[in-house]
Structure formats: structure tokens, C-alpha cells
Design a protein around this ligand. Structure first.
Ligand code: ATR
Length: 280
């Protein structure tokens, strides 16, 4: 018997995930005898895999697309964020009970707290572009810090409406062409769409109505400096890149599995940046 604690990124596919690099960095830095790998879980195997996580030899795991909702539905306990989102990205076993958390929203908050301390002091409206899984987590995070209303703007308006229906009256859905009508109230503007990502079309929006003291952030981190962030900085807005969200969302999982709360430091950020560069 070994007491080596093992975790992994699980999903389909998992080859491109940076989680092993992040978790491996902390394991090494803190001299912890643990392991963090990659486990590809095919859709047809997913229910059996998560239902009996212990059988795979894992202490816990991260969950990525397309299994976040399925895994949440199989949990015996969910943290408030996962309950609100109906999706998990972090699982662990507690006396045989499958427990789930969603740390994407905490990652978003941790990133802004680090890069723009005090960003949430003045509450008000927020504008979120996109209505996928990342948007759901970020809407939850903004609401948890007292931002309201949160305007969700999406090409497919029904998906924005589904998020608004889910979270209640503080969240308002709009079609893409209504951005100009809400931008003037925004304290925070967040892009969660894939627009601006390497290989995708640019995010082409007019920022002229955005208050100059609004914070602008992007969930995209390849490239690190997206067109949105560049345009925001050029007009004097504080702009925060999305890499920190990826790094900060990993903290809670590490703490659950390996019993130590790690820090997001410059060396980790540089390690991931070098890896992203090498993949170009
Ligand atoms: P994630 O889980 O990372 O949020 P996702 O669920 O694939 O990813 O969501 C991607 C988001 O980018 C969606 O809001 C999508 O808009 P639709 O719901 O209309 O598909 C948005 N998106 C992707 N390509 C887009 C484009 N060319 N124009 C506008 N929005 C786009």
C-alpha cells in the first residue's frame, strides 16, 4: 500500500491542459509526495468513472469539458459555487462521499484581487460577454462580490437568457447588438467568448461608451495581451489578463488533495507563459 496522493485532470480531451504543469510545480516546490496526471475519460465511460472515482486510484481530480455537469450530478455534496452553477471542476473523496466544487469563479476573483487590489470596492453594474461555462462562473463570482445588475451579452441570446433565468433578477440577458446600451454603466467588463483567442476572429467592439474607471478583463490568455486588453489600456482603463484565472482556480484543488494551500507566484506564471510560448 502506498499513501501517495494522486490527482489528475479528467475530461475528453485532456492533452492540452496546463493543470499538470501547475499542480506539478507546487508539488515540487513544496516537496509533497503526490502525483498529478492526465486521465482521458471517454463520454461513454464518464458516469461509471466519476461514480467510482476511488477505483481509478485517485484521491480526487479536476474535471474539464464535457463532464463538468455530469460529474456535478453524481456528487454527494457540492460547494455553493458548484450548486449555483450545476457544474464542477474539482472533485475529492471524503469518507467515500464524492464532493465537488467549482473554483473557476474563485479563480476569476483571485486573479483580480491580485492584479487590481480594491477593484471591487465600488459596486455597480458589470457586463459579461458570452454565455458558456466560463460566463456562468464569472457571473456567479461578480454577484458574490455584490455587483448588480450583471448584463450578459451573447450572440445566441437564448443562452444569455438561460443564465439570467438561472441566477434571477440581478442578471439581465441581451443580444449582442445591445452592448452599446449597457456599456456606459459598467464598472467591470469581461470577455468570456473565444473571440480574440489565437486562431479565432477578433473581438471587435466599440469601447467608447465605457467609463474610464471601469476594469476590463479577458478570460482568453492566448495571446496574453488580447486586442480587448490593448484597446482598454490605450484609453486608460485598468486591464487584467486571463492567465491568473487559470492559475488561481487551481489553488483550492491542490489544497483539498495535498493538504497545503499554495501560492500563485511569478515563477509559476513564467513557467506557464514559457509553455504557452513553446506551443505556438
Ligand atoms: P466556455 O465554456 O469556455 O465559456 P463555450 O461554452 O464554447 O466556452 O462558449 C463560448 C462563447 O463564445 C459563447 O458565448 C459563444 O457564443 P454562442 O453562445 O452564440 O455560440 C461565444 N462565441 C464563440 N464564437 C463567437 C463569435 N464568432 N461571435 C460571437 N460570439 C462567439
Amino acid at each position: 500500500m502506498t499513501d501517495l496522493r494522486r490527482s489528475a485532470i479528467t475530461g475528453w480531451p485532456v492533452a492540452q491542459s496546463r493543470s499538470p504543469l501547475i499542480q506539478g510545480y507546487w508539488l515540487k516546490k513544496h516537496g509533497i509526495a503526490g502525483d498529478y496526471g492526465r486521465v482521458a475519460v471517454a463520454p461513454e465511460d464518464a458516469e461509471r468513472f466519476y461514480r467510482d472515482l476511488a477505483a481509478s486510484g485517485l484521491t480526487g481530480c479536476n474535471v474539464t469539458v464535457p463532464h463538468k455537469e455530469l460529474a456535478a450530478s453524481l456528487c454527494d455534496w457540492l460547494d455553493p459555487a458548484a450548486t449555483a452553477m450545476g457544474a464542477v471542476n474539482t472533485l475529492w473523496l471524503d469518507n467515500g462521499r464524492l464532493c465537488g466544487a467549482n473554483t473557476d469563479g474563485l479563480g476569476f476573483l483571485g486573479n483580480l484581487d491580485e492584479a487590481a487590489p480594491g477593484w471591487d470596492k465600488t459596486k455597480g453594474a458589470a457586463v459579461v460577454l458570452g454565455a458558456g461555462g466560463a460566463a456562468r462562473a464569472i457571473v456567479w463570482a461578480l454577484l458574490s462580490r455584490g455587483f448588480a445588475p450583471v448584463h450578459v451579452i451573447n450572440r445566441t441570446e437564448e443562452k444569455a437568457k438561460a443564465i439570467a433565468d438561472h441566477f434571477g433578477r440581478d442578471v439581465v440577458a441581451h443580444a449582442w447588438d445591445k452592448l452599446g446600451t449597457v456599456l456606459g454603466q459598467a464598472r467591470v467588463l469581461v470577455n468570456t467568448t473565444s473571440l480574440g483567442m489565437m486562431g479565432k476572429p477578433a473581438l471587435d467592439i466599440d469601447l467608447s461608451g465605457l467609463p474610464q474607471d471601469a476594469l476590463v478583463t479577458d478570460a482568453v490568455y492566448v495571446p496574453l495581451e488580447t486586442g480587448l486588453l490593448r484597446a482598454a489600456r490605450a484609453r486608460g482603463n485598468i486591464a487584467v489578463d486571463g492567465l491568473g484565472m487559470l492559475l488561481h482556480q487551481a489553488v483550492n484543488g491542490f489544497e483539498r488533495w495535498f493538504g497545503f494551500r499554495p501560492e500563485v507566484d511569478a515563477e509559476l506564471r513564467n513557467l506557464i507563459l514559457a509553455d504557452l510560448d513553446a506551443a505556438k
